[in-house]
Design a protein around this ligand. Structure first.
Ligand SMILES: O=P(O)(O)OC[C@H](O)CO
Length: 194
């Protein structure tokens, strides 16, 4: 019987995921340059943020299209997303543009879900859910609006989008807790029955 072909971890989808991590310090440098509120630097930070965010879309599509899905990618992709969004949220809060409680709520959920993934890893990998992907997309839009130097109405749009992001972040976080508990319970039952 022929073995199924192994997908190499070092593939284009995973390289794109890792490049998102590399762009995090570049984004922060641009965000804090020029005392943090210089229009040109904010636009530069926005451009880096958009490029990094696009890699999130492209790596997943490439992985699915060319069969490059790996367990490494399933774990690394959400971590790279969290590094980017987390750095942006903390940066915006340090600059006084975003309330700290928003950053803390999102950070607690994102770190918590990452720990959950490692907690159940012996029993299986919890990939990003549809809700999780939607949550990341809304977070990215919300952060993008906050990074851009927008007029008053734009700031209202930014706040509303961030409110939706917080809601989705919490709801999907609870959903992952339920999934993790079920996966562990199934894993334990399987071991007990072995
Ligand atoms: O909600 P998570 O932790 O599954 O993260 C979702 C990913 O960021 C989607 O690419």
């Amino acid at each position: 019987m022929t073995e199924p072909a192994r997908v190499p971890v070092l593939n284009i989808a995973n390289v794109l995921t890792m490049s998102r991590l590399v762009l995090v310090p570049v984004f922060l440098l641009a965000l804090f340059a020029g005392s943090g509120h210089d229009t040109q630097w904010r636009l530069a930070a926005f451009a880096v943020f958009v490029v990094a965010s696009v890699t999130d879309h492209v790596d997943g599509n490439l992985a699915r299209k060319y069969g490059l899905i790996t367990d490494f990618g399933k774990i690394a992709d959400p971590i790279a997303d969290k590094a980017l969004t987390g750095a942006a949220l903390v940066g915006l809060s340090i600059l006084g543009d975003l309330a700290w409680w928003v950053t803390v709520v999102i950070a607690v959920r994102e770190i918590g879900v990452t720990l959950l993934r490692f907690w159940v890893i012996r029993h299986g990998v919890i990939p990003a859910s549809r809700g999780g992907k939607a949550k990341t997309l809304v977070q990215i839009f919300a952060i993008g609006f906050y990074v851009l130097p927008l007029p008053g109405w734009g700031q209202l749009v930014a706040q509303a989008t961030m409110g939706l992001a917080v809601l989705l972040t919490v709801v999907t976080g609870v959903d992952y807790v339920v999934r993790a508990v079920r996966l562990r319970a199934r894993g334990k039952r399987a071991v007990a029955g072995a």
